[in-house]
Write a new protein. Sequence first.
Length: 430
Amino acid sequence: MIIAIRREDKSIWERRTPLIPQDVKELIGKGLKFVVQPSPIRIFHDREFEEAGAELNTDLSGADIILGIKEIPPAKLIPEKVYMFFSHTIKGQPYNMEMLRKLLDLKTTLIDYEKITNEKGRRLIFFGTFAGYAGAIDTLWAIGQRMKEEGIDTPFSRLKPSHEYYSLKEAKEEIKAVGNEIKERGLNCSSLPFVIGFGGYGNVSKGAQEIIDLLPVKEVQPEGISNINPDAKIIYKVVFKEWHMVEPKEGKFDLQDYYRNPRKYRGVFKKYLPYLTVFINAIYWEEKYPRLITKEDLKELYYGEAKLKVIGDISCDIEGAVEATVKSTEPADPVFLYDVESGTPIHKLTGKGPLILAVDILPSQIPRESSIYFSNVLKGFIPEIAKADFLAPFENLDLPSEIKRAVIVHKGQLTPDYKYLKKFIKGVES
């Protein structure tokens, strides 16, 4: 088997790689052959892959397995190849159905990193923690910019967006310094207490909390959010779980019932909004779940003097859990003001509505560390994937169970667990 690493071409900001040169060298030592498509933006230079023993070649037609990170333009797909990348198709995302249709037409096989899970359904390979890191750094930058625009001088104004730091370590050191200044001098801010809320408690939230915890943080339970004593030298942190976000229309809250029957529940998160200075959204959301923050919630909140200044929407589902996330943004221009009166995004830092951070490729802003982490996990699966006979019928396809669960398309056919995607691609032109 010849394994290729393609160049990323969805965004000029996408600098990650699924395997780093050091791990490619290790896999070559185990008898595998690698071809790497040259890239001017990849965080690891072409020469590093060449020195590791890989061949540099723009043409990937000779490869058997092609690895990437983000979605591949349909016109660049090659027939009958095995692809591994984040396809963003499992929710039936309309913007990727043409690509999925093309993968079927070309009789390819698709392994989606997002669906590489253990027997309990827990994801084994992900960038979520790094999305949390970048999202929290950018959110702190955004709060500094907004308050500066409002004439409020805070240490947050010294921070930069995450992509402007050389490394995650450098960003953390600067945030820690900001935290020390707050601890010593306090925040010059009239809207105290300064409260940062987190939606969710998974890997994305943990990454974001790790950044915020570099500040002088005191955690408060959601039930006590209305009774916080203002202290300019403390950042208050509140982590919200499912039972804080929704309630059953009848009866008592039951977590498993909520995930089985979300239509039986309604959102109640708006009761916490008046107490938050910043909200970081890190929950997984689908349309079947109640929204966390609706446009109407924000309109109602901003009738008066709202305290909420920034929403860091790390999950970034367009008009999803945070309905006011009406578009995604890029690292060079990461925020917009959601104007509650017009319901539109405005290119300014302050006004009647929250600033919304909506970068949908956050881990790409910490490309070196996130690639190293991802590659360290992925390399363990590569030898078994390379040994597999992908021409065999799916039921006989000999892959580790974690990988086989992630095969969405096999030789141009949707696999049994993903047959439901037929209804989403119906009518999409080949």
